[in-house]
Design a protein around this ligand. Structure first.
Ligand code: ATP
Length: 322
C-alpha cells in the first residue's frame, strides 16, 4: 500500500457526525421528489436530454442544498453522468433550465462559464492526462477548464505569465492531498486512490463553490476509501457544496447528508441516506435494472423490504417463464 497518502490518523474524520447546520437544515426537508431545500445552490427544472429515441435525462425538479454532501445514485444508464454533464456545461440540454445560487442562470452555458461561476466537475483521469505530470494536470485545470479537449492550452507561451502563481497554488493544493512529492511524476504512475485525489485537487484549482465528483471511489483500494471520504468531508467542512455520483452504496451511506436517486432519466426518490434504500421506488429502480445489484450495507434494508425484494424477483421470474 502506498505510504504517502493521508491516513485516517492525520485526518479529522467526523464521518458519523455531519456538520450541524447542514444536518439541521435538511432534517426538516420532506423526503419527496422535487423537495425544496432551505438553501438551494443548484436548482434544475424540466431538464431533458435525448439521444436518438432514448430520453437520457428527464428531471422535473431537483434542488441541491448549499454546504451539504449530496449523492446522486441510480442503476447503470439512469442518466446520472448525462445530468452531471448538463449541469456543468459539458453537454447541451434539449429543454429546461438550471440556476446557481437561486438567480444565476447556468442553462446551456459553456463549461468555462460554469466553472467561473464556481461549479466544477471532476473527470476520471483519461489516457491523455495520464501521460502528463501531476503538476501539468494541475496547471491545465487552472485554465478554468477541466477536460482534455483543452490540452492545447498547455502550450507554454500562452500562459507563461500566470504560470508561477498557478504553480505555487498547485503545489499548495497537492500538499494538502500529500501529492506534492509526486508533482513531477506522470499522473499515470499514481495508484487508484492517488488518481482520485488528483482529480479532486485539479478541481480545486479554480476555487469552486460546488464540486461535482464523478465516482470518487471507483478503482480505489478499500483501505483508502476512508481517507478519501475524509477528504470529501473536509471540502464540505470548508463550506463547499459536494455533489457526487457513486455506485458504492457503503460510501454513499457513510458520507452523504442527502441522496437523489435517478432511474431512466428521472429523479425517482430523494431523502436522507438512512432510509432511502427502503423507498419502494428505489428498490423498483434497482430491481428493474439489475437483479443482483449490491444495495450496500444490508442493515440498510429491513427484513420486510428484503422479503419484498425476493417476492418481486420471484414474480418476475415466474412471468418470464410464462
Ligand atoms: N453520447 C451519448 N450518445 C448516445 N447515448 C448516450 C450518450 N450518453 C449517454 N447515452 C445514453 O443515455 C443513457 C444515460 O446514460 P448515462 O451515462 O448518463 O447514465 P449513468 O446513470 O451515468 O450510467 P452509469 O452509472 O452506467 O455510468 C443511457 O441509455 C446511455 O446509453
Amino acid at each position: 500500500m502506498p505510504t504517502d497518502l493521508p491516513s485516517r490518523a492525520d485526518l479529522d474524520l467526523s464521518i458519523d457526525l455531519p456538520d450541524d447546520a447542514v444536518a439541521h437544515a435538511l432534517q426538516f426537508v420532506e423526503p419527496v421528489v422535487g423537495a425544496a431545500k432551505p438553501l438551494p445552490i443548484l436548482t434544475a427544472r424540466n431538464v431533458t436530454r435525448s439521444f436518438g429515441g432514448i430520453k437520457a435525462v428527464d428531471v422535473e425538479h431537483v434542488e441541491f442544498q448549499k454546504g451539504a454532501i449530496t449523492a446522486l445514485i441510480g442503476p447503470n444508464g439512469a442518466g446520472k453522468t448525462t445530468f452531471f454533464n448538463l449541469l456543468t456545461g459539458f453537454d447541451k440540454a434539449d429543454s429546461g433550465e438550471w440556476t446557481f445560487d437561486r438567480s444565476v442562470s447556468l442553462t446551456n452555458k459553456s463549461a468555462a462559464y460554469v466553472a467561473r461561476k464556481g461549479v466544477v466537475r471532476t473527470f476520471q483521469l483519461t489516457k491523455a492526462l495520464s501521460r502528463l505530470t501531476v503538476l501539468d494536470n494541475m496547471l491545465l485545470a487552472a485554465t478554468g477548464q477541466t477536460g482534455e479537449r483543452f490540452l492545447p492550452s498547455l502550450i507554454k507561451p500562452l500562459w507563461r505569465g500566470q504560470e508561477k502563481a498557478n504553480t505555487e497554488r498547485a503545489l499548495e493544493i497537492l500538499s494538502r492531498f500529500k501529492l506534492d512529492a509526486k508533482a513531477a511524476d506522470f499522473a499515470g504512475s499514481l495508484s487508484g486512490g492517488q488518481r482520485k485525489l488528483l482529480e479532486m485537487a485539479r478541481a480545486l484549482m479554480t476555487d469552486p463553490q460546488v464540486i461535482m465528483l464523478d465516482e470518487p471511489m471507483a478503482g480505489v483500494n478499500p483501505a483508502l476509501v476512508q481517507s478519501l471520504l475524509g477528504h470529501i468531508q473536509a471540502l464540505r467542512d470548508e463550506g463547499m457544496t459536494v455533489v457526487f455520483v457513486e455506485h458504492d452504496m457503503h460510501a454513499v451511506r457513510h458520507i452523504s447528508e442527502w441522496v437523489v436517486v435517478m432511474a431512466e432519466g428521472r429523479v425517482v426518490a430523494e431523502g436522507p441516506p438512512e432510509n432511502i434504500m427502503e423507498n419502494q421506488a428505489v428498490v423498483d429502480a434497482y430491481l428493474g435494472a439489475r437483479h443482483d445489484v449490491d444495495l450496500g450495507d444490508d442493515s440498510l434494508i429491513d427484513p420486510d423490504q428484503l422479503a419484498k425484494l425476493m417476492e418481486v424477483r420471484q414474480r418476475d421470474l415466474a412471468e418470464q417463464k410464462r
